[in-house]
Design a protein around this ligand. Structure first.
Ligand SMILES: Cc1ncc(C[n+]2csc(CCOP(=O)(O)OP(=O)(O)O)c2C)c(N)n1
Ligand SMILES: [Mg+2]
Length: 673
C-alpha cells in the first residue's frame, strides 16, 4: 500500500473545504430543494478522505481496483456531486446547476447507473452501508482469487453514514456480518451530528453507537469531524496503521459534526437538514465563512489541487493496469479466471448446457434448481451466493466450493445468517463490484424483508439473482405466516424486476439462464417445496422458447377456444384439467407463464400469437388473482387464492381449495359453457 498523500497547506485545505460546501449549498439554493446541512457538516471529512486516501481515477470510474466511496446518507447528494465535479469526473458545472432537475445527472439522491463516479444508489437509509459490506467482501474475494505477484486487488471501501443509517435495522445486520467476516478494508465515518428531521436525535435515539459497533467487533474511534488533524489521524489509523489488537476489523470513525456548519441561525438545527438555506441565510453563511464569490465558484488553486489528486489516482490506476496486463500475459488459471469474471462471463450455449443438466422425473423445483445451479456455477465462476440460514431448504449450496469466512475468501458460498434485509443489499453491493453475479436465498414470504434491496436492484439496473423457495401455500404446515400469497405479484409490480416461476426442471434451467444472462436488472427465481408434474412439450419445442417468458406447453387441436395461463406448480394442474375435460379440453391451449415480465417485453406479433385477441383467457396461479384480471380481461377467469393461507399438509390445502386437475376442470366447464 502506498503512503497517505502529503498534507496540503492549511489555507488551501480551508479553501477546498469551503468550495465543496458552497458548491453544494449553491446547488440546493438554485434548485430551491435539497439538503444543505449534511454537506456543510461533512465537507472537512469528505475532503480529507478524497484527497488523502481514496484511490480513484475520474477518467475510468469503473477501474476494478479503485477504492469505493459510499454515501449511505444519500440525501447529502449535493456533497457527492461537488466532490465528483471537483475531482474531474464527467460531471460539469452545468450539471450542478441542474441539481434535482429533469434529465440531469444530479438527481435528488445518487443513482449509480446515471452519474459517473457514483458507486451505488442511496436514499433509503441503511441500504448504502449494507451495499458497502458486500463491496468490501467482493474485494476480499478478488484478493483471494488473484494472489499472484503480490496480489492484484487491495482496494478498500470508504463511506459515510448518518444518524438515520445507524437507526435503521439493516445497518445493524450488515455491520454485524462485516465484523464477523473481519472486513478490515471497510472504513466508515458516522456523521454524529445529533440531528434528524424531527429535531434532536435524543427524541428517539439514546444508545452509544460507538459502543454498539465495538460490541459487533469493529475498530471504533471518536473524533471532532471538523478538526483536520483528528480526521487525518483517524483515517491513517483505520487505513494504514492499525493499533495492536484492532487488526482484522472494519473501522468506524464516530465524528461529532455540526449539521449546517457555518449557517448563522440554522447550524445544529433540523432546519439545516432538508430545506435550502434561503437567500438571507446563504448570504450570512458566506459572509461568516469569508466567501465572497458568485455562486458555483471554484478558486483556481482548488482546481489545481484536485487535478493533482486525480493525477495521483490516474498514476495508481496505470500501475495497476500494468500489473493486470502482466497477469493476463502470463496466462494460466488466474488469467482465465480474470476474463471469466470481468469479460467473457458466460458461454454462448449457456441455456442448452443448463437444460442438458436438468434432471428428469417428478421433483420439487427447488431440488432440480439446485442441480441446475451446480452446472451454472461450473459455467460461470462469477456466480456466488448463499442463504439466510435456510441452506438445507433452499438447496442453493455450490458443491465443491468452501464457505466464505473470516480470512477465507476463496470460496463461493455464504452463510448470511438470519439477516434478509442485509443479504439483499449485500448482494447488490457484490454485483456492483463488477466481478460477481451474486444470488441470495430464503423463503418467498420473506421477500418482504428484502423488498427495499430488490427494488433498488431494479432501479439501479443491478444484476442480482434472488432465489426464493417455498413459493406458495403448499409449504403447508408452517401456516399463513410462512405462506406467500401476494408475493409473486408484489415482486412483479416492481419495475425492472423479472420474476421467474419455473414449472419443472427444464424451466429451472431457463430461469437460471435468465438470471445469468440478464445483466441490467435483477431476476427473482420462485421455486416449489413440493413435487411438480412432469411436462411433455409439444412437437417443435425448443429450449429458446422458454426465454420468451411465456410459451405453449400444451397446444389446442386447431384454433384454441380458450387459453389457460399457468405458472410454476400450476402448469401441471392446468394440463391435468385440460385432460380431465376430455373432448372439450382439446380446444384449450395451455401456456406456461414462466416469466411474465419477460413475456410483456416480447414483440406484439409474438404476444398476439400466443394469446390471440378475442380468445378467452383463464389464469391459474396459487396466489392473489387481482392482477391476473388485467391479463385475462373481461369475461376471463382467474383461479388462485385470495386471502391468507392455512396450516395443514399441502395435499389437504390443495384439495380444500380445489387446485387439482378435476377441481380446475369443474370451474372451466362452467366458464366455457
Ligand atoms: C428508510 C428511510 N426512511 C426515511 C427516510 C427519510 N429521511 C431522509 S433523511 C432522514 C433523517 C435525517 O437524519 P440523519 O440521517 O441524521 O441525516 P442528517 O439530517 O443529519 O443529515 C429521513 C428520516 C429515508 N431517506 N429513508
Ligand atoms: Mg443527523
Amino acid at each position: 500500500m502506498s503512503h497517505a498523500a502529503a498534507t496540503p497547506d492549511p489555507k488551501l485545505v480551508d479553501s477546498a473545504v469551503k468550495t465543496i460546501q458552497m458548491l453544494a449549498v449553491d446547488a440546493v439554493e438554485k434548485a430551491n430543494s435539497g439538503h444543505p446541512g449534511a454537506p456543510l457538516g461533512l465537507a472537512a471529512i469528505a475532503f480529507e478522505l478524497w484527497s488523502r486516501e481514496l484511490a480513484f481515477d475520474p477518467k475510468d470510474p469503473h477501474w476494478p481496483n479503485r477504492d469505493r466511496f459510499v454515501l449511505s446518507c444519500g440525501h447529502a447528494s449535493a456533497l457527492l456531486y461537488s466532490l465528483l465535479h471537483l475531482a474531474g469526473f464527467d460531471l460539469p458545472m452545468s450539471e450542478l446547476e441542474k441539481f434535482r432537475q429533469w434529465g440531469s445527472k444530479t438527481p435528488g439522491h445518487p443513482e449509480v447507473h446515471l452519474t459517473p463516479g457514483v458507486e451505488t444508489t442511496t436514499g433509503p437509509l441503511g441500504q448504502g452501508i449494507a451495499n458497502a459490506v458486500g463491496m468490501a467482501t467482493s474485494l476480499k474475494m478478488l484478493g483471494a482469487r488473484f494472489p499472484g505477484d503480490g496480489g492484484l486487488f487491495d482496494a478498500r471501501v470508504f463511506g459515510i453514514a448518518s444518524d438515520g443509517d445507524m437507526m435503521e435495522g439493516i445497518s445493524g445486520e450488515a455491520s454485524s456480518l462485516a465484523a464477523h467476516l473481519g472486513l478490515d478494508n471497510l472504513i466508515f465515518f458516522y456523521d454524529d451530528n445529533g440531528i434528524t428531521i424531527d429535531g434532536k436525535t435524543e427524541l428517539a435515539f439514546s444508545e452509544d453507537v460507538g459502543k454498539r459497533y465495538e460490541a459487533y467487533g469493529w475498530y471504533v474511534q471518536r473524533i471532532d469531524g471538523h478538526d483536520h488533524a483528528q480526521i487525518r489521524a483517524a483515517l491513517d489509523a483505520a487505513a494504514r496503521q492499525r493499533p495492536k489488537g484492532q487488526e482484522g476489523r472494519p473501522a468506524l470513525i464516530v465524528a461529532r459534526t455540526h449539521i449546517g456548519k457555518g449557517a448563522p441561525t440554522k447550524q445544529d438545527t433540523a432546519h439545516a437538514h432538508g430545506e435550502p438555506l434561503g437567500a438571507a441565510e446563504l448570504a450570512a453563511t458566506k459572509k461568516a465563512i469569508g466567501w465572497e464569490h458568485e455562486p458555483f465558484f471554484v478558486p483556481n488553486e482548488v482546481r489545481a489541487l484536485f487535478a493533482e489528486i486525480a493525477e495521483r489516482g490516474a498514476a495508481r490506476r496505470k500501475r495497476w493496469l500494468a500489473k493486470r496486463d502482466a497477469l493476463l500475459a502470463r496466462g494460466g488459471a488466474e488469467a482465465k479466471l480474470y476474463q471469466q469474471l470481468f469479460e467473457a462471463r458466460l458461454p454462448a450455449d449457456l441455456l442448452d448446457q443448463l437444460c442438458a443438466a436438468a434432471p428428469a422425473g417428478e421433483q420439487a423445483t427447488r431440488i432440480v434448481s439446485g442441480v441446475v445451479q451446480q452446472r451454472a456455477a461450473a459455467l460461470a465462476p462469477a456466480l456466488v451466493g448463499g442463504s439466510a440460514d435456510l441452506t438445507p431448504s433452499n438447496k442453493t449450496w455450490i458443491k465443491d466450493a468452501p464457505p466464505i469466512a473470516r480470512g477465507k475468501f476463496e470460496g463461493r458460498n455464504f452463510h448470511f445468517g438470519i439477516r434478509e434485509h442485509a443479504m439483499g443489499a449485500f448482494a447488490n453491493g457484490m454485483s456492483l463490484s463488477g466481478a460477481f453475479i451474486p444470488y441470495t436465498a430464503t423463503f418467498l414470504v420473506f421477500s418482504d424483508y428484502m423488498r427495499p434491496a430488490i427494488r433498488l436492484a431494479g432501479l439501479s439496473h443491478i444484476q442480482t439473482a434472488f432465489v426464493f423457495t417455498h413459493d406458495s401455500l403448499y409449504l403447508g404446515e408452517d401456516g399463513p405466516t410462512h405462506q406467500p400469497v401476494e408475493h409473486l405479484w408484489a415482486l412483479r409490480a416492481i419495475p425492472n424486476v423479472d420474476v421467474a416461476r419455473p414449472a419443472d426442471a427444464l424451466e429451472c434451467a431457463a430461469a437460471w439462464a435468465m438470471a445469468l444472462e440478464r445483466s441490467d436488472g435483477p431476476t427473482v427465481i420462485a421455486l416449489t417445496r413440493q413435487n411438480t408434474a412432469v411436462l411433455t412439450r409439444p412437437a417443435g419445442f425448443t429450449n429458446a422458447a422458454m426465454m420468451r417468458g411465456a410459451y405453449t406447453v400444451d397446444e389446442a387441436d386447431g384454433a384454441p377456444e380458450a387459453v389457460l395461463i399457468a405458472t410454476g406448480s400450476e402448469v401441471g394442474v392446468a394440463v391435468a384439467a385440460k385432460k380431465a375435460l376430455g373432448a372439450r379440453g382439446k380446444r384449450l391451449r395451455v401456456v406456461s407463464g414462466l416469466c411474465w415480465d419477460r413475456f410483456e417485453r416480447q414483440d406484439a406479433a409474438y404476444r398476439d400469437a400466443l394469446l390471440p385477441r378475442g380468445v378467452k383467457r383463464c389464469s391459474v396461479e396459487l396466489g392473489i388473482t387481482g392482477p391476473w384480471r388485467g391479463v385475462v380481461g373481461e369475461g376471463g377467469l382467474t383461479i388462485g387464492h385470495d386471502g391468507f393461507g392455512h396450516s395443514a399438509p399441502w395435499q389437504v390445502i390443495r384439495d380444500k381449495i380445489g387446485m387439482t386437475g378435476d377441481g380446475v376442470a369443474a370451474r372451466l366447464r362452467d366458464w366455457l359453457a
